[in-house]
Design a protein around this ligand. Structure first.
Ligand SMILES: NC(=O)C1=CN([C@@H]2O[C@H](COP(=O)(O)OP(=O)(O)OC[C@H]3O[C@@H](n4cnc5c(N)ncnc54)[C@H](OP(=O)(O)O)[C@@H]3O)[C@@H](O)[C@H]2O)C=CC1
Ligand SMILES: O=C(O)CCC(=O)C(=O)O
Length: 480
């Protein structure tokens, strides 16, 4: 590997030379080394924060047109390189090529949408309650924003945090997940070449416990946006709030899909298979609890068994693969451990749950469908984050709704039904931040708010025009 150059960190507009790099390996084929990526440290976070602070006065007062042009140009390049970047993404994360390319397109669309937000940032002018006084309410950037992202959406999540941060005039210190630095590096390179002034966007790749922790602790970072596990998210919230910073965290889900007796069976099965198993189940919006009323239960179970057992697991880049590998060895061990826990707790694995032998050495696992489970079992309470879903049989709609809401999480919830009454009631009474009717729980639009209730999310919503709630602060000015 000596001749392969290391992809480096970007600090103050300079790509930092790095002799050593961490190998980025393909989970479909661990012999395939995608590249070497620099691993930074707390000292580099200090430098990146200093660069972001130095760049802030000019960037926060730049014209909306300047910010629009850069984000729009970056979006155009991302969309033009969709297939190439999608391939890189699938190679490093393991989601299948169609999903990788789709995610890249989503990142391009987010950049373009957020370019428009630079122009749309609104304010109010009001008459004062006092005579002869004018009141203005304006939004200003929060300052330097730290961005920490997970491995499961290597380009879309970085884009949906970085793009609004920049659009509203903030400067950024960005740390992607160590497992997937490739897509993040390309996104930063594209934004840098699109014309960002030096220091506006800084990239510090490296370990969460070093670089990520330094971002949480740094008093020069005014706000932190985090997506990842519940444990790290809670640490992020406590650490940043304790030093007076603004913080937003998107964490886990244990998302229910309710299947009602009156559901269209094909629609219900399609939503369940997609929501539970696509992207190898590695989505915080995945439907891991399939809550099924008794009249349709046996037909739904039979149809699901057939569909799930036929899912083709394999190399993410191969044309006929439907389910790619699990992201790494540790996550595969976690998924298989939960399969054992599900069985020990009395669930029946109807199909799947074993490692899959493949010509490549990769982290392949056959998606598993449990039946006969109850909502108090660990597989129905804890986030597995893999291709593991369970069916919970219930009597009626009321029991289904109560079961759906009986969780510490509240990211997304779905219902398959042809009843307008149940659909409307579920939308109103489901304790989740996002509700889907006759659709998979996973797979969201990029121009509307994203986020959950209860333990799933902390702080303001992400995405769409709501992103400004986190990335701006409101100022009220009085003029006599
Ligand atoms: N809600 C979601 O979308 C996701 C949930 N998960 C869940 O989390 C589990 C573990 O996955 P994992 O990747 O370890 O999740 P983490 O929460 O540990 O990782 C998310 C991000 O936080 C970083 N990080 C890790 N430790 C710290 C720290 N002390 N301070 C600041 N940042 C830190 C990580 O860096 P690095 O990885 O480089 O060390 C990564 O960039 C999964 O099995 C799954 O259940 C995982 C991914 C996404
Ligand atoms: O389902 C989606 O489209 C987004 C999911 C997501 O953001 C996540 O899994 O972290």
């Amino acid at each position: 590997m000596a001749s392969v150059s290391v992809k480096s960190n970007l600090i103050g507009g300079e790509w930092r030379d790095s002799a050593d790099g961490r190998e980025n390996r393909n989970p479909s084929n661990v012999a395939d080394v995608i590249g070497l990526y620099a691993s930074g440290n707390a000292g580099m976070v200090d430098e990146a924060v200093a660069a972001a602070q130095a760049a802030l006065p000019a960037w926060s007062t730049s014209t909306p047109q300047q910010r629009f042009d850069i984000l729009d140009r970056a979006g155009t390049e991302v969309l033009a390189r969709r297939d190439e970047l999608g391939r890189l993404l699938s190679r490093e994360e393991g989601k299948i090529l169609a999903e990788g390319c789709g995610e890249v397109a989503r990142a391009g669309q987010i950049l373009k949408f957020m370019a428009g937000e630079a122009l749309r940032n609104p304010g109010d002018v009001l008459p004062s309650v006092r005579p002869g006084v004018k009141v203005e309410v304006t939004r200003e950037p929060v300052g330097v924003v730290g961005i920490i992202t997970p491995w499961n959406f290597p380009i879309a999540i970085p884009a949906w945090k970085i793009a609004p941060a920049l659009a509203y005039g903030n400067t950024v210190v960005f740390k992607p997940a160590e497992l997937v630095p490739g897509s993040a590096w390309e996104l930063v390179d594209i934004l840098h070449r699109a014309g960002l002034p030096h220091g506006v966007l800084n990239l510090v790749m490296g370990k969460g416990r070093d670089v990520g922790q330094a971002i949480l602790d740094h008093r020069g970072i005014d706000a932190v946006s985090f997506t990842g596990s519940v444990a790290t998210g809670r640490t992020a919230v406590a650490t940043v709030a304790a030093r007076g910073g603004k913080v937003q965290a998107e964490m886990g889900g244990k998302n229910p899909l309710v299947v009602m007796d009156d559901a269209n069976l094909d629609i219900a099965v399609e939503a369940a298979v997609n929501g539970a198993f696509y992207s190898t189940g590695q989505r915080c919006t995945a439907s891991s609890r399939l809550i099924v009323t008794k009249g349709i239960h046996d037909r739904f179970l039979a149809a699901m068994r057939e569909r799930v057992s036929a899912l083709r697991v394999g190399d993410a880049l191969a044309k006929d693969t439907q389910i790619g590998p699990v992201v790494d060895e540790r996550q595969l061990a976690q998924d298989l451990r939960y399969v054992e826990i599900g069985k020990e707790d009395g669930g029946k694995a109807e199909t799947g749950g074993e490692p899959v032998k493949h010509d490549n050495e990769g982290y392949f696992m056959q998606p598993v469908l449990f039946s006969g489970t109850t909502n108090d079992m660990r597989i129905n309470r804890e986030e597995v984050f893999g291709p593991v879903a369970s069916i919970i049989r219930v009597g009626d709609y009321e029991e289904a709704l109560a079961t759906a809401n009986d969780t510490e999480f509240g990211l997304c919830a779905g219902i398959a039904t042809t009843s307008l009454k149940h659909a409307e009631h579920f939308k109103r009474h489901s304790r989740a931040g996002m509700v889907m009717v006759n659709l998979p729980t996973a797979g969201v639009d990029y121009h509307v708010p994203f986020g959950g209730a209860k333990g799933s999310s902390y702080g303001q919503r992400e995405q769409g025009t709501y992103a400004k709630e986190f990335y701006t602060t409101v100022k009220t000015a009085y003029t006599a």
